[in-house]
Write a protein that binds this ligand. Structure first.
Ligand code: HEM
Length: 596
């Protein structure tokens, strides 16, 4: 039977790809021999690791891909290796002749694969491949693998079936997904939307391309290995104005070249900001996502808005926007999380009044392990203050192991008699709570943008899987119980995106002072609603995917990642309960005095 695989989509693939690279095929043969020898002396678990590394190594040798493909067993990027269309053609009768151990072929989506040398290294075992020898294995393949497996093992393809055209396309960088509900409605053909202009659409397109081409391969590799984001990537984002954009609208964007002119800094508003947050979340790498300058996003605004000396402010901002220095926000402590007022880190003035001496600890500081500057909440004489502390004598950071990737750089920070110039005070002494609170709305709103986009990716994954997975003789989606789950998931995501856009529209049009008064509550409730949605989705998605939803490699890897990490957003930036309470308390504040 010939099916249209759903993990990949639509038509017309592989048009602009380079010719086959012979060196790759030769390397494959050598490595396959090596693999045979190795595999026979190892257990299945080691074999899985070995296969990934061997293929990665030969991919590197053939210069098909960069350093992105080095160690990760299951790291695959549909953009990392481009495939060449096999030029040779075969008849199905010819394929049927290759059913022996020495010559084992099969057909997947009209492409002929020679699996003779791969069979012993196949992570799913040898016997399953012998069962499909000489046959069309399209249905069997897509029942068990992601499309990107074929991209990774493209060198096994030796030709196509005469007179047939592959149905599957590998999504190209920048493509919108054709899967229903996989994109927010404003990006779906025939749907109108009042909020987005041409400038938003230009930004979305440019960012999608940037993310797919540049960010995704690095994100996937870092997420798996725990490596921090590379300086090359930071430099590239700086050059493209992406670091500037991460802070949201403002003067810091004026005159900056944003993604080669896709949008003018002066016209950048909160819908542009929403697009940046949502497009970046599509890498489905929760730890890396935070490791990608999240500390700067939530911390640098305090410098821009509260530094007193313009020249000093410019020096700090320039060094961070250029990617030369990394900055993070250091507020939470073992003693105080959402309860900011409970901070215990102290800053005491020296007798000459020129410095503060800082002592204390900070916990869960995102990006802290690799940061140069710490925007730090401290206790001063009569209240809280905020200081920019530079890494130096007395400052130490230790990584904290969390349930997401060490790529986030989550750290425990100790300040031991650290001498900080008084010029590094941000805002007024003892009135630091205003500095800390000033960015909370934006921080929470950004998290809401990202979290809802990741939830949408989960809806897409579940729809595709339910459509292609065959159990009990039919597709999963043919089971009413699965359709009920999908209905709930889609509704929750769409409702939250609509609410997000309504709030974003207010942010674009409401003066900042009024925002503090009228939007803190709704943003708190919105974030709570979105993280509750993530909770429902994680639960339902694992039920739909079964064991694969709990497996870090293979088909269900995104579901597993989501289920393991969705809780971060319900804690960071204010716990769900605190934010819900804030929303209701703000409503009570605005309640009419007269009883109704
Ligand atoms: C070009 C052909 C094939 C390649 C390159 C290939 C590659 C892989 C890889 C890399 C995995 C590890 C899991 C993942 O990353 O998804 C895997 C697993 C597996 N493969 Fe294949 N495979 C091929 C064809 C087939 C066919 C035709 C069948 C079945 C008839 C099959 C059955 C399996 C099974 C049962 C697993 C284990 C799946 C699981 O643990 O959920 N494979 N294969």
């Amino acid at each position: 039977m010939h099916v249209k695989p759903q993990q990949a989509c639509v038509e017309g693939w592989r048009k602009e790809l380079p010719p086959p690279v012979n060196i790759l095929a030769n390397q494959r043969r050598c490595n396959a021999k090596l693999r045979r020898r190795h595999v026979s002396t190892t257990d299945r678990g080691n074999q899985l690791d070995f296969v990934g590394c061997a293929v990665s190594t030969l991919a590197n040798k053939a210069s098909q891909s960069s350093h992105y493909l080095d160690t990760a067993q299951n790291f695959q990027s549909s953009q990392a290796i481009e495939m060449a269309p096999p030029a040779k053609t075969f008849t199905r009768d010819e394929v049927r002749e290759h059913t022996t151990e020495d010559s084992l072929w099969c057909v997947i989506d009209s492409i002929v694969y020679d699996l003779s040398e791969f069979v012993m290294a196949h992570p799913g075992g040898e016997s399953v491949l012998h069962q499909v020898a000489g046959q069309d294995a399209t249905t069997a393949f897509y029942n068990l693998h992601r499309q990107e497996v074929l991209t990774k093992y493209a060198d096994l393809a030796i030709g196509t079936i005469e007179g047939e055209k592959p149905q599957v396309i590998v999504p190209q960088p920048g493509d919108l997904s054709p899967v229903p509900y996989a994109e927010p409605l404003w990006l779906v053909q025939h749907f109108k939307n009042p909020y987005y202009s041409d400038s938003h659409r230009r930004l979305q397109k440019a960012l999608r391309e940037f993310t797919d081409k540049h960010l995704l391969p690095e994100a996937q590799e870092c997420e798996t290995t725990g490596r921090h984001i590379s300086q090359d990537m930071i430099d590239l984002m700086s050059k493209k104005g992406i670091l500037h954009m991460r802070l949201g609208p403002g003067k810091h964007l004026h005159g900056v070249d944003l993604l080669d002119g896709a949008v003018k800094g002066e016209e950048f508003d909160y819908f542009h900001d929403l697009i940046v947050a949502q497009e970046f979340s599509r890498t489905m790498t929760r730890g890396f996502q935070d490791g990608n300058m999240a500390g700067m996003t939530i911390g640098l605004t305090a410098v821009l808005n509260f530094a007193k000396d313009e020249a000093w402010k410019k020096t700090i901002a320039d060094s961070v926007f250029s990617g030369k220095k990394k900055l993070c926000l250091a507020i939470t402590e073992a003693f105080a999380g959402s309860d900011v007022a409970g901070l215990r880190t102290t800053a005491e003035r020296t007798p000459d009044g020129k410095h503060f001496i800082v002592n204390g600890t900070k916990k869960w500081i995102t990006n802290g392990t690799f940061c140069d500057y710490f925007v730090t909440g401290v206790r001063t004489g009569k209240g809280l203050s905020v200081l920019l502390i530079e890494r130096g004598e007395g400052v130490e950071t230790k990584p904290i192991k969390t349930s997401y990737s060490p790529a986030a750089g989550t750290s425990y920070v100790t300040f031991d008699n650290v001498k900080v110039p008084v010029e590094n005070l941000l805002g007024e002494e003892n009135k630091g709570i205003h500095v800390i609170l000033s960015n909370f709305n934006h921080e929470r709103w950004t998290m809401a943008c990202g979290s809802i986009r990741v939830s949408r990716m989960i809806v897409e994954e579940c729809l595709k899987w339910a459509n292609q997975r065959l159990v009990f003789g039919k597709r999963l989606i043919d089971q009413p119980v699965i359709r009920q789950k999908l209905a709930k998931m889609i509704s929750l995501v769409e409702a939250n995106q609509s609410w997000l856009e309504t709030v974003t529209y207010q942010m674009c049009h409401m003066p900042y002072k009024l925002q503090a008064q009228h939007l803190a509550g709704p943003i708190g409730l919105l974030k709570m609603s979105i993280t509750r949605t993530a909770h429902e989705l994680a639960d339902e998605a694992v039920q739909i995917w079964g064991g694969r939803g709990l497996t870090q490699t293979g088909m269900g890897k995104h579901i597993e990642m989501f289920h393991r990490t969705y809780k971060f957003d319900s804690i960071l930036g204010g716990a769900e309960e605190i934010l819900g309470d804030l929303g209701v308390r703000q409503a009570v504040k605005n309640f009419p005095k007269a009883m109704l």
